[in-house]
Design a protein around this ligand. Structure first.
Ligand SMILES: [Zn+2]
Length: 200
């Protein structure tokens, strides 16, 4: 069983948002094109409390912080209940089977879509053994989701034209792709995924 994961495709990560990714909005088309090709589509939202420890200006005792990056490094983004936290309106949300929220724990970074979201259990219940991953952003939530999926023993295909990087430092995106590949993820373009699934 295959599933399509749409990671954090939210207004704040798109142009005009609080933590915008260049061309973040452009992934709507390849994702929408794929939605009918999957029996199970799961989207996640970064869904932070207003005082989340990843936000600039929030004081966090490093001893309390759970994450691979330091706390207090990101602009305030994806605060629960705000327009910025909503799914990007260009995504055809009618076709989502499940919407899971993550990043709700104030003291943990919560990049991965598997982090205390129930996603692992949901995929297990549906006997999913392969996930196709799309969404934002390549170096953070997409990468950490892919690495967790591999740790759980799932086959992973990253839909390479349906992700976008933040690129805080030049080369970050390339390093993230290499890390995912080293972990055993494969890469494919959305049109090829669609064609292969239509033929299967
Ligand atoms: Zn976040």
């Amino acid at each position: 069983m295959d599933a399509l994961l749409v990671v954090d495709f939210q207004n704040d990560f798109c142009p005009g948002g609080a933590l915008p990714v260049a061309e973040g909005d452009q992934i709507a088309e390849p994702i929408n094109e794929l939605l009918d090709s999957f029996d199970l589509v799961v989207a996640t939202r970064d869904w932070h409390p207003p005082d989340h420890g990843s936000f600039v200006g929030v004081q966090v005792d490093p001893a309390d912080w759970e994450g691979t990056d330091p706390p207090s490094i990101w602009p305030v983004h994806c605060v629960q209940g705000t327009p910025g936290a909503e799914l990007f309106p260009g995504l055809d949300r009618e076709k989502l089977d499940f919407l899971l929220d993550k990043g709700m724990d104030r003291w943990s970074q919560g990049y991965s879509a598997f982090h205390r979201s129930g996603l692992g259990e949901l995929l297990h219940e549906h006997r999913v053994d392969r996930v196709f991953v799309a969404g934002l952003t390549t170096e953070y939530c997409v990468k950490n989701t892919v690495l967790d999926a591999r740790r759980l023993g799932l086959d992973v295909v990253v839909v390479e034209d349906a992700i976008r990087p933040v690129e805080v430092e030049p080369g970050d995106a390339e390093r993230a792709l290499a890390e995912m590949e080293t972990a055993g993820a494969r890469f494919a373009r959305s049109a090829d995924v669609k064609r292969a699934r239509a033929a299967a």
